[in-house]
Design a binder for this molecule. Sequence first.
Ligand SMILES: [Zn+2]
Length: 132
Amino acid sequence: MLNLEDPHSDHIFAAARHLDAIMRFTLHASCTPARFEAIEPVLTALRDLNADHFDRSPLITETLEALTQAIQALCSRSPRVIPVPESDFRLCPFCGSDLYRLHDSTSICCSCHAPIEPLLRTLDHEFGCWMI
Ligand SMILES: [Zn+2]
């Protein structure tokens, strides 16, 4: 459990908010449309948090670098225009696979999100967000 008395908790909450913003941005990459500039300040905020409050963790630094590249790669792919669905069937705008089995308003498929997911999980663990 996270000790809320500990001032370091604020930094963990901040990291969790930033990681959540990245998750929402990447899962809905086709709605935005995904522009790297839109999420870059969040990546910068995470780098600053790591530098100022997480002893410049090499694993966080390395994972943030990989995440930045994965998001840039996603943003460089143009989503296809897919007509508004008339049923529960929706298609991933990047690869065209069906999203029927996915819940809520996710707009890209697991395969297209696959390069990003494990990096977010690593950062979640390294920043200690799992304790929240
Ligand atoms: Zn896809």
